[in-house]
Design a protein around this ligand. Structure first.
Ligand SMILES: [Fe+2]
Ligand SMILES: [Fe+2]
Length: 474
């Protein structure tokens, strides 16, 4: 169980390590300052129907109740330790999992933890204005839930930095509160986390696509030979599931509403659909293309000696490593990667070790495709011919083998000029964004009411009705 009598709720027996406890209690006010500055805009006095983790057991791990977000009990929760756990891959395979950081991997591990930790506050910063134009109280509560849990994920990484990395770790923990998403001088580490999330369509796309990148990274780190990292990431995954649910159902509800309006008014072309105050399917496709492409860049280069060494040294595994049936060393294995050769895209077999980023990206894309198929059922059931598709893996890439090439969503290699001429057909244009934002100028906060451009969800949160007061303004 989690101890909530402590200043910092935890299940790591923090009270027994006074030095660590004091260091974290020293970081806590800096974290709160960050939350007041960069957390959701004008939200501090609101009472929000939030879930709070109460135990790390899979069933019944959370309780729901009204909380003012600055009073949310951010804490440190690790999956319980399995004393028999081993390093399950790489050259240390079969050794007991490490309970302390192996000296030779110290700086690499610190970098991995800092890079993961940096994404957590970044997404809160990216989303901070969206509460001001929410489509319902239900959605407002959901974005706040996502935000407080991203804050907790930052705590999860900061705990590891403080507990296992001494002074360098404490300095990194401070720097995590100093970088800012999109800041010219001190930006967040990864590209997609410096892109603005200017509207709710972008928010749902982000939670569907980019939070799922988070899931896959956490899954790979949950296989780590460094046991405290593995256990931390396991518990974070429990929270992450809700974020992806918010994204997937958010997009479903927009599609649902658009299809209803198209059927009711017998309209098909985008401008007629827009005139009825809902988002046309073509715009949905363009947002999808953008978010998919910037998110798959986050997996890194197709060929990466870093990825190979993270694996060989036992620091970061594959997705569902222990369920894969092979030697878990990959010294002689190969993996197919794509590259551009002249005007064609070709497949080349490369060392499976250097291709581990690509493999994780492929696992991710397979899961994403499942979500897109579920979205397409909505059009199918409405008798509308339009289908959403994932663009080619090479489309609009800035990292890896496709960087610097101009690839169409269908996978043709194009000249820069042709690509640029089609850009607004494939990616959200300034006019698209202006239109989407024109639907979201104010917030809808009457219980049970939803903005015109989105359908209500099928059910409420924690079995509450749709007209439940998910956020109290008082
Ligand atoms: Fe997170
Ligand atoms: Fe998340």
């Amino acid at each position: 169980m989690i101890d909530y009598t402590e200043k910092i709720p935890n299940n790591v027996d923090l009270g027994r390590d006074r030095v660590l406890q004091r260091a974290l209690e020293h970081w806590q006010p800096a974290y709160m300052n960050w939350w007041y500055d960069m957390g959701p805009s004008e939200s501090h006095a609101l009472e929000v129907y939030l879930r709070t983790a109460t135990s790390v057991e899979p069933d019944g791990w959370a309780q729901f109740g009204y909380v003012r977000m600055p009073e949310y009990r951010w804490g440190i929760f690790l999956q319980p330790r399995d004393a028999s756990r081993q390093v399950n891959f790489g050259v240390h395979k079969g050794q007991p999992a490490w309970q302390e950081v192996p000296g030779e991997y110290r700086s690499t591990l610190r970098r991995v933890i800092v890079t993961q930790g940096d994404t957590e506050p970044a997404s809160v910063e990216q989303q901070r204005l969206l509460g001001m134009c929410c489509p319902s109280l239900y959605d407002l509560r959901n974005i706040f839930q996502v935000n407080v849990e991203e804050g907790r994920h930052l705590w999860a990484m900061v705990y590891l930095l403080h507990r296992y990395f001494g002074r360098d770790g404490r300095e990194e923990a401070e720097a995590l509160l100093e970088r800012r998403s999109g800041d010219v001088d001190n930006p967040r580490i990864l590209g997609a986390f410096n892109e603005p999330t200017p509207d709710w369509l972008a928010f749902y796309m982000f939670t569907f696509f980019t939070d799922r990148d988070g899931k896959f990274q956490l899954c790979a780190l949950a296989e780590s030979g460094f046991d405290p990292l593995a256990r931390t990431c396991r518990f974070m995954l429990t929270e992450e599931a809700h974020h992806m649910f918010v994204g997937e159902t958010g997009i479903s509800r927009i599609l649902q509403r658009t299809c209803e309006v198209m059927k009711e008014h017998k309209v098909e072309n985008a401008s007629d659909v827009r005139a009825l105050g809902v988002i046309d399917l073509q715009t949905m496709q363009r947002y999808l293309n953008f978010h998919f492409s910037v998110t798959i860049d986050l997996f890194g280069s197709d060929a990466s000696s870093n990825a190979a060494s993270y694996y060989t040294t036992g620091l970061k595994g594959r997705y569902e490593e222990t369920k894969i049936e092979d030697d878990h060393e990959l010294q002689n294995a190969e993996y197919p990667v794509l590259e551009v050769s002249g005007s064609r895209i070709i497949t080349r077999q490369v060392s499976a070790l250097t291709a581990l980023n690509e493999r994780l990206r492929d696992d991710y894309i397979a899961e994403i495709q499942g979500g897109v198929d579920r979205w397409n059922k909505i059009m199918e059931q409405s008798g509308i011919a339009f289908r959403l598709t994932l663009p080619h893996k090479g489309f609009h890439r800035a990292i890896g083998n496709f960087a610097g090439h101009c690839i169409s969503p269908e996978g043709e290699v194009l000249s820069k000029e042709t690509w640029e001429n089609n850009r607004d057909k494939w990616m959200p244009s300034a006019a698209d964004q202006k239109f989407v934002q024109s639907l979201m100028t104010g917030r809808v906060i009457e219980p049970g009411k939803f903005a015109n451009w989105i359908a209500p969800p099928i059910r409420g949160i924690n079995r509450q009705p749709l007209n439940f007061e998910y956020v109290r303004f008082n």
